[in-house]
Design a protein around this ligand. Structure first.
Ligand SMILES: CC[C@H](C(=O)O)C(=O)SCCNC(=O)CCNC(=O)[C@H](O)C(C)(C)COP(=O)(O)OP(=O)(O)OC[C@H]1O[C@@H](n2cnc3c(N)ncnc32)[C@H](O)[C@@H]1OP(=O)(O)O
Ligand SMILES: [Co+2]
Length: 137
């Protein structure tokens, strides 16, 4: 069983990363390790690490204009929790296991994520929460 090892990140969708950093960095005091564009996902991401190497991250995601799905999310629901990412040992094994169990996965193959390879599970298969399973690079 491809049991997840740990929470890798909790992703919060925002309209403007710089504005969101006024709270997460300047008020809460969590220094971003990196802010970068991930063109394959049409997003800009800020990583806010907590708890050292074995810890987790808050991931602020800002969709680019082209990302219809995430912009629809912002229109419908506003800013807020977007997905939770769980680290797995082997992403191919996790994908096979999810498909064998009839879980609605959004990927036929693992996709390139910011820090490894990932698959997504549709919220309808995970009690209303979008789940990302990630094998770290
Ligand atoms: C991988 C790179 C990076 C990293 O960590 O390294 C990232 O994490 S990038 C993150 C951005 N990428 C993704 O989110 C990829 C996976 N997501 C998708 O494929 C879509 O967003 C999807 C399929 C979850 C929803 O897209 P769709 O076009 O089907 O959206 P709809 O507007 O039609 O919504 C359908 C239905 O689902 C609800 N919904 C949508 N998003 C979420 C969500 N994040 N959490 C919970 N529920 C969600 C939406 O409200 C609709 O429900 P309804 O009751 O009909 O209103
Ligand atoms: Co993510």
């Amino acid at each position: 069983m491809a049991k997840p090892k740990r929470i890798d990140h909790v992703a919060i969708i925002v309209r403007d990363i710089e504005q969101a950093l006024c709270f997460y960095r300047d008020t809460l005091g969590i220094e971003p390790s990196e802010v970068k564009d991930v063109p394959s996902e049409q997003v800009r991401i800020a990583f806010l690490p907590l708890g050292g190497p074995a810890g987790s991250e808050i991931e602020l995601i800002e969709p680019t204009a082209e990302n219809a799905s995430l912009n629809r999310f912002l229109e419908k629901r506003g800013e807020g929790l977007h997905h939770i990412c769980l680290e797995v040992e082997n992403i191919e094994a996790a994908l096979t296991e999810m498909k064998d169990q009839g879980v609605p996965v959004l990927d036929e193959q693992p996709r390139i994520a910011a820090e490894g390879r990932a698959i997504f599970i549709h919220p309808k298969g995970a009690n209303g929460v979008l789940l990302e399973l990630l094998e770290k690079a």
